[in-house]
Write a protein that binds this ligand. Sequence first.
Ligand code: MSP
Length: 707
Amino acid sequence: MGATLSVEHLAHLEHGRGRGVAYGRTLAVSALRPASDCVIHAAMSDRRFYVTTPIYYVNARPHLGHLYTTLLADALARHYRQRGFETFFLTGTDEHGLNIERAAAERSVKEHVDAIVTEFKATFAAFGLEPDDWIRTTDPAHIQGAQALWRRVRDRGYIYKGYYEGWYCSSCNEFKDEAAPGEAPICDIHQRPTERVAEESYFFKLSAFRDRLLAFYEAQPAFIQPDARRNEVVSFVSANLRDLSVSRVSVKWGIPVPDDPAHTMYVWFDALSNYITALGFGNDARTGFDKFWPHALHLVGKDILRFHAVYWPAFLMAAELPPPRRIFSHGMWLSGGRKMSKTPDASGRSNAIDLGMLRRHFSNDVVRYFCLREMAYGQDGDFTYEALIDRANGDLASGFGNLASRTLTLIRKAFDGAVPNAPLDAPPDAREAAAAIAERFAAQQAAFLAHIERLALSRALESAWELVALLDKHLSDTAPWKLTGDPEARPRLATILHTAAEGLRHLTAWLYPFLPEATTALWSRLGLPGRPAQVAPESLSWQRFENAVVSDGPALFPRLDKTAIMNDIKATTPPVAAPPASAATPAAAEATAASETGYITIDDFAKVELRVGQVLEAERVPKADKLLRLQVDVGEATPRQILAGIAQHYAPETLIGRKIIVVTNLAPRKLRGLESNGMLLAASVGEQGRPVIATFAEDVANGARLK
Ligand code: MSP
């Protein structure tokens, strides 16, 4: 093994040029992957970009918070790819822990997580997001890597065995301070009581890293962004760094602690290591650690900054591995001023924005633009459908979209579609105006790129839209539509339209990461070769068009009918935010009033189809302890197959002939490869939730509806 890089040394390494040389020269890498000869190369290119999202918990379905971070990463990855950076964009799922074990209900936990992961992947794909890889913490390669990290930390003396007694929030996966002696604190994030944990535990010597972390933050002021968040982290570390419990004996659904499988790893130790296991750390199934790790940018919500900015660098320091390059903490999407969360509130409802609703009414580009424009640098954003529609109609339809359509129409009318160049004999005032616009674009290009570099994407969009306004004003001031019939005005007209087309070309390339679908379409309508995905914004200069002929197409951003969309949204979902003062329809008003009180309307109830069924056949499902497979006559031509998680409480033969109540209009779903076409009703009794099947005292016909 070569000489090792000390943590103090790491803390003082310069990011950027030369950094790789330092790593390559001094870091002992033979222990990075137990069974391989991974080498961190001395010659690292700065033109690499590794962006990660948090890995998402799979105890619930994807929501806007998940979509947002992934979208941010996707836009950045597209931008850096466009500029020729070797780019790696990682996302994935965090699949261990108590909450996930509990969320699985009657399915096996693995089946549950597989189903949710499939939904996450499909959702992200439907929104046009294109990660390079998807890490799952149940991947064998990840498990191997997380265990390798544990061993490195343990072997360096930073993990010891002890006893933990305290309070745990299974949604945050975090221990919380006691409210008063012996009193369970309420988790301030999830508004739920915490649970008592008293068990043997391994501890990570976090307290030993206080000074090293502080020195590191000081040496790398850009490590945590924005600055305000960095200051919070510095005060937390200065004040309060206790050793961290990093294993559980009472949680079975987790990665076994190496050499002591009675313990599973604390989920955050497991989860954070994904950022390096996905690059082949500690396993041979993946690669890229040496290439990408030094360029890592972690995007995280501010609620999980501490895990990334304190625990993660401390784990890495303990393992004598380099820290990531940057951590950017974005704000939260609020809904009516409250944090959007998949966790149900006191009335049992989630206030998360429904991604299905977004897909139904809005194009991917509209959703991307709104999210990236509306969440200002490091601040929270408030999500309302109204604001989304206003931005789509204002900035996109009337702004960029209208500028494009005006320009293309004029070029078609005046020049048969051939994009004109600015002729030398154009009048001086026209040439001067064109030159001024070209200069403004050149200056703004630097600002646009700088905003992206510091991850202020909202500011980058603002600066691009200043140019949309500039071109719009130029067209309004010069009124080219008045010149189309005048042969003498042709040089002036050509100059104006060349400027508009050239400005559009620039904006189309710049905006590709934000609006990939619309800009790709516009690029080809401008008659340009290739795709904007391949054009580096900094490579653009003001130039002549060579044989570009514009083509026609549908509106890039069709105008949205606000009233119709809002009515549909209100009629089909309970409001997620504080209800509007006046609801648009009587039905919506009733739904609004009902949901405010926690009641449902009779229409809500009528949506659930409950029917009398009779069990014709019942048998156990092989290799599934909890499941019974039933054939149930619900008054239809053929019996339905229903899977029920009652096998531990009912012998199959005792159910034959029994009348039960079945929910008959639930979407079919697959369990253990078998389709279930309905759900039987049962009371859930006692702490263990023992099922007791609902039935009838009198005889009733199969298929009769309960209402
Ligand atoms: N599994 C952990 C992360 C482990 S990373 C090693 C986790 N998962 S999560 O699914 O609960 O949240 C993932 C991300 O979604 C976090 O960055 C969180 O900030 C983000 N969001 C969740 N709700 C959000 C909003 N309402 N708005 C914006 N982002 C939010 O934490």
